[in-house]
Ligand binder design. Structure first.
Ligand SMILES: Cc1cc2nc3c(=O)[nH]c(=O)nc-3n(C[C@H](O)[C@H](O)[C@H](O)COP(=O)(O)OP(=O)(O)OC[C@H]3O[C@@H](n4cnc5c(N)ncnc54)[C@H](O)[C@@H]3O)c2cc1C
Length: 203
């Protein structure tokens, strides 16, 4: 998650508030953006989530959640909706091509309240995070909105979109737009390191 612009102090900014459409624009309706929108919704923060796609991503990518993730879902009041889409205490074993066991992850207990390794079905959990936003009048999700650029202003930031949709003025913009984050590039934040290209099959 990348905070691209953060300006001002709500208590001292009544004039500035008149110049913004929302408090926070979140770019990206993946699990990071949707979780943050639930956190902000609980606080009554006027939030707009935008995503370039027409719907949530409906294919699995992430397959494991840790106990910290479940604690976060608990804090936003959604853990009971998420749990049916998880397999608690999942054991993970890595084999090489000769079926030799390379590593095993089998966390023993739920010492901090939740199982430490949980299999999960990401599209279903993402859908619960999305529907959880129905609880908040102060949060809106707009699909089909590709953030094109962000322009910093005296009061915050103006978020502009690729396909002619009206720009939105916000006090803050948060980049939750995934591994190829355009928000991160706009900020000039580097993404160091290398990754070997590996083919994956997630079922
Ligand atoms: C094969 C594979 C296996 C994985 N396994 C795991 C795992 O086991 N556990 C785990 O935690 N993670 C795993 N991941 C990573 C997992 O997908 C991410 O952790 C998770 O989806 C990241 O969530 P996110 O919300 O940060 O980003 P994403 O889920 O990538 O969501 C980003 C959203 O931003 C939107 N977006 C992008 N650019 C723009 C733009 N300019 N304007 C508007 N919207 C935009 C996209 O449409 C997308 O909806 C795996 C990934 C892959 C590919």
């Amino acid at each position: 998650m990348t905070v691209a612009a953060a300006k001002g102090d709500r208590d001292t900014e009544t004039d500035a508030d008149a110049d913004v459409d929302v408090d926070v624009v979140i770019v990206g309706a993946g699990p990071s953006g949707l979780t943050l929108a639930n956190i902000l919704g609980l606080q009554g923060v006027h939030t707009l989530v935008v995503d370039e796609r027409d719907t949530l991503i409906d294919y699995p990518r992430g397959v494991g959640l840790d106990d910290e993730s479940l604690r976060t879902f608990q804090s936003i009041g959604l853990v009971d909706r998420v749990l049916p889409h998880t397999v608690p205490n999942q054991i993970l074993r890595f084999f090489d091509g000769n079926r030799r066991l390379l590593a095993e992850m089998a966390p023993p207990d739920a010492r901090f309240g939740w199982p430490k390794r949980n299999g999960f079905v990401q599209p279903m959990v993402d859908a619960e995070l999305h529907s959880g936003l129905d609880r908040f009048d102060c949060v809106e999700v707009r699909f089909g909105h590709r953030m094109h650029t962000c322009v910093e202003t005296t009061n915050g930031v103006t978020v502009e979109f690729a396909d002619g949709q009206p720009a939105v003025r916000a006090r803050y913009v948060v980049g939750c737009d995934g591994g190829r984050s355009a928000t991160r590039r706009l900020m000039g934040v580097s993404f160091d390191g290398t990754t070997s290209s590996t083919r994956w099959l997630v079922v």
